[in-house]
Design a protein around this ligand. Structure first.
Ligand SMILES: Cc1cc2nc3c(=O)[nH]c(=O)nc-3n(C[C@H](O)[C@H](O)[C@H](O)COP(=O)(O)OP(=O)(O)OC[C@H]3O[C@@H](n4cnc5c(N)ncnc54)[C@H](O)[C@@H]3O)c2cc1C
Length: 463
């Protein structure tokens, strides 16, 4: 509970409409998109510029109130949930694209710009911002930067980190820091920008972001390949990469996901198939033709049951849109959707599919798997009911065993969703007590009082 005099101070600084204290609004803003996690903030503030963020941080510091930055709340590891209550600083009203610099090929945005709005604005000027998380219609750019979000084009074009050139942020002591710039080379001092990307809102509050833009590909070809066995789909991915072809997109859906997506979007996906791959090659037209022919040949060689080429850009966009609905489509069929983010070296994909199938059977769970197969990044999703204690126990045992093997194969517990609250134990397994201790020292250097987004990534007992 925040004292009324502090609420008044915030209202005076920001204006009444930017300070939320009504219980029903606070309740909603205590969730992100991670099932089973919730904590109600005491107050939510909506700043509209960096100075207002500074003011909120200063007031929170003066009264030792924890504060947690939030974008659109599409996070899948609980990063924006205020587990100790306090103030949530929601950046969604800072949604202006400040500049598109066509000479330097950069765009500078306020933190709360929606990812797809940036894509559309630069596309209108003949430019391309590739990172495209499935949540791009809602997620904010700062949320993407803080989680280092990937997307359907990550295989060829990389993830958010690869496009961040500069950040403006408010540090936990209330000072402003600018790091990076429009120069394509910059090795002056420690690489703070790179440390901040993927820091899950635990080191600073981002207020402005400058990203790199590139020219769009001139041509592209989109395939849908269906498989009788999911293992064969995994083999196809490994063989395409081994043939030195890097498609822009190589996404997978298993049978359960195909069926849920088909129920949702009704575009005629074959319900009987064990898996499908959505593959896109893009670039110069001559290269696209050559690579498309090679991809088609490999798909037939590994034994794809059917290979379809999208007839035009509209059909290609429809297929990508269907893939983007995978999580929402799965989430419709059970009260609880537990989604994980297991990522393996691509050569281990077929084994990972086998393992998921084996563990789903062992623990008697309904599992749908989809993900960025080309990145080795899978989202095995347990469709369950959190009111069923035994089923939840089996679901957690499923993930524990899966992650033990993923780590043994040299994989990671998170390819793109971050650690947040949900995966602290798994992170400790991956990087060990030494790794956690170094991270805690970095956190302490930025935030000695531990007021910024406390309780995320690692806990005190993991020191
Ligand atoms: C349907 C669906 C599909 C998805 N698909 C993908 C996908 O393909 N790839 C992928 O990587 N992720 C995906 N996600 C996860 C999620 O969308 C991303 O992690 C996204 O980057 C979160 O953005 P957000 O604005 O919602 O951030 P939030 O969820 O609000 O916050 C995420 C983290 O960033 C911090 N944060 C937010 N704003 C700031 C700021 N201004 N300064 C400092 N810290 C801040 C928060 O404290 C929190 O730790 C998906 C989620 C959903 C629901």
């Amino acid at each position: 509970m925040i004292e009324q005099k502090i609420v008044d101070q915030l209202i005076q600084a920001l204006g009444k409409e930017k300070v939320i204290t009504a219980a029903e609004d606070l309740l909603v803003l205590g969730y992100d998109s991670t099932p089973g996690l919730h904590a109600t903030p005491d107050l939510v503030a909506y700043p509209t510029d960096s100075e207002q963020v500074q003011t909120i941080v200063q007031i929170a510091r003066d009264h030792k109130i924890p504060f947690t930055p939030r974008g659109s709340g599409t996070g899948l590891s609980g990063g924006s949930i205020p587990i100790n209550g306090g103030i949530v600083i929601c950046l969604t009203k800072m949604n202006k694209i400040l500049e598109i610099d066509e000479e330097n090929l950069t765009a500078t945005c306020q933190a709360g710009v929606v990812t797809l709005d940036l894509f559309d604005a630069v596309a209108a000027k003949g430019l391309f911002y590739p990172p495209d998380p499935g949540s791009q219609k809602i997620s904010t750019l700062a949320g993407n930067v803080m989680e280092d979000a990937g997307g359907l084009r990550g295989l060829k074009y990389g993830v958010t980190r690869d496009y961040v050139m500069a950040l403006k942020c408010v540090l936990p002591d209330g000072t402003l820091l600018s790091t990076g710039g429009k120069s394509v080379k910059d090795v002056a001092g420690y690489a703070f920008k790179d440390l901040l990307v993927g820091s899950e809102g635990t080191l600073a509050i981002i207020t402005e972001i400058t990203v790199k833009l590139i020219p769009p590909p001139q041509d592209k070809r989109t395939f849908l390949a269906y498989f009788d066995k999911i293992r064969t789909a995994g083999e196809a991915v490994s063989k395409i990469i081994a043939a030195k072809i890097i498609p822009s997109t190589m996404e997978i859906m298993d049978k359960a996901t195909i069926n849920c997506v088909e129920d949702y979007v009704k575009i005629g996906l074959p319900r009987e198939m064990a898996a499908l791959l959505l593959i896109e090659v893009d670039g110069h037209p001559a290269m696209v033709s050559e690579e498309a022919a090679k991809v088609e040949k490999i798909l037939h060689e590994v034994g794809a049951a059917e290979v379809k080429v999208a007839k035009d850009a509209e059909e290609a966009a429809e297929l990508a849109a269907a893939r983007r609905t995978a999580l929402s489509a799965l989430a419709r069929v059970s009260p609880t959707t537990l989604l994980e983010d297991a990522t393996v070296p691509r050569s281990m994909l077929a084994e990972t599919f086998d393992l998921i199938e084996k563990l789903a059977e062992k623990y008697q769970l309904n599992v749908g798997t989809f993900g960025h197969a080309g990145d080795g990044n899978l989202h095995p999703t347990v469709l369950c009911d959190e009111r069923d204690a035994d089923e939840m126990k089996r679901a957690h045992a499923f993930y524990d065993e899966l992650y033990d093997q993923v780590l043994a194969w040299g994989g990671t517990v998170s390819g793109e969703h971050g650690i947040g609250i949900a995966k602290k134990d798994y992170l400790a397994k991956q990087i060990g007590p030494g790794g956690v201790a170094v991270m805690r020292r970095i956190k302490h250097a930025f935030d000695p009082d531990g007021l910024l987004n406390p309780g995320k990534i690692f806990t005190d007992d993991q020191v």
